[in-house]
Write a protein that binds this ligand. Structure first.
Ligand code: KPL
Length: 354
């Protein structure tokens, strides 16, 4: 096993802060450490041995390519309270990754707002939609007109599994599209956006496949709809992703759900042509079923994040997935009985488990 050496000095220019020490947060931490960047994972207090000070932690990564040996990457674990307490003017956070559950994202960003640099670049790798507008408003609320914090979306199809004690397996080599989030309803960008730190696009140094996108809305919507199709059905039927295609009853449910999702999406997209994006109406029911089937095939032996959440008794991300779609449907005056029934079933189910 290889162990990389970790520089402990706090060179704020090169340090990335990651909110959320789950599987995706840890995967990005390893990729950044391997590329020579410093990384701090912002964690909740109980994850520290001594809550009064930050600590070093090794993450052991099993790479996607099984011919490569396992590697240890050392990162700093720190709490938001410690960051706020110890902040000085010359150590602001200028690179922040949000890798929490969707429902925790706004509060997590708020907890580090006082430490964010005026020109900080913030990227959200969260599933779901409905929180980005609020996050952008929070980022902008602390600065004056001349300054410009930017929010990016990272739409990722990488798969990873984190077990206890920071053992991480990169289970699926996907790709991540990165583009600036622009709230089309309230904001038309006047200043051209500056680029996201180039290290994450350096394919020689950074082991994740990343691509800059000038049409991030399209990727974000596509991922949202795929998650809305696969996640609640696998949680309802307690099945692996691939079983949605092989069990006729599950598959028929998937077909009907994709139909309803695509209808709502198309009604919404006709009303809200995004100024910086290709027309959103490119996703038809058939295209969505194909895309969802492709992802279910690629990840056939995996449990979706919602199935894992329900099995672990955790809160579900429904409000930011199908719940978000239900809100759009209501605004467009459309019925969405399949989505509503799924939400009702899963809410009842997770209440029993909890
Ligand atoms: O992103 C996923 C998730 O589980 O949240 C999919 C793509 C559905 C893979 O399981």
């Amino acid at each position: 096993m290889k162990t990389e050496t970790n520089s402990l000095n706090h060179d704020s220019e090169q340090r990335w802060y990651i909110l959320g020490a789950g599987a995706i947060g840890c995967l990005w931490a390893c990729a950044l450490r391997q590329a020579g960047e410093a990384v701090s994972l912002i964690v909740r207090e109980p994850r520290l041995k001594d809550s009064s000070k930050p600590q070093q932690q090794d993450i052991q990564l099993t790479p996607f390519d099984k011919t490569q040996s396992r590697q240890n990457f050392s990162v700093e674990l720190i709490t938001a309270a410690q960051l706020v307490q110890n902040q000085t003017a010359d150590t602001p956070i200028d690179r922040l990754i949000i890798a929490t559950k969707a429902y925790d994202a706004v509060a997590a960003v708020e907890s580090v707002l006082p430490c964010l640099a005026p020109n900080a670049k913030v990227i959200s790798l969260c599933n779901g939609m409905g929180m980005h507008q609020t996050i952008l408003a929070k980022l902008r609320s602390y600065i004056n007109q001349q300054q410009d914090r930017q929010l990016y979306l990272g739409v990722t199809s990488d798969g990873s599994l984190l077990s206890n004690n920071y053992q991480l397996t990169h289970t699926g080599q996907g790709e991540t599209f990165i583009g600036e989030y622009i709230d089309a309803i309230t904001e038309k960008r006047v200043k051209p956006s500056t680029a996201f730190p180039s290290i994450v696009f350096n394919q020689e140094k950074f082991f994740l496949n990343t691509q800059a996108s000038d049409d991030i809305n399209f990727h974000a919507w596509q991922k949202l709809l795929i998650n809305c199709a696969i996640n609640p059905l696998t949680a309802k039927y307690q099945c692996k992703n691939g079983e949605l295609l092989s069990e006729p009853v599950f598959y028929q449910h998937l077909v009907n759900l994709c139909d309803e999702l695509a209808n709502i999406y198309q009604a919404f997209s006709k009303k809200n042509m995004q100024p910086d994006s290709r027309p959103l109406s490119a996703i038809t029911a058939e295209a969505l079923l194909n895309a969802a089937s492709h992802v279910a095939t690629q990840t056939m032996a995996n449990s979706s994040s919602m199935l894992k959440d329900i099995q672990a008794g955790r809160r579900l991300e429904l409000d930011y997935l199908n719940g978000y779609i239900v809100k759009l449907a209501a605004a467009a005056g459309l019925d969405c009985p399949i989505n509503e029934q799924l939400i009702a079933d899963l809410t009842a189910n997770s209440a029993i488990i909890n």
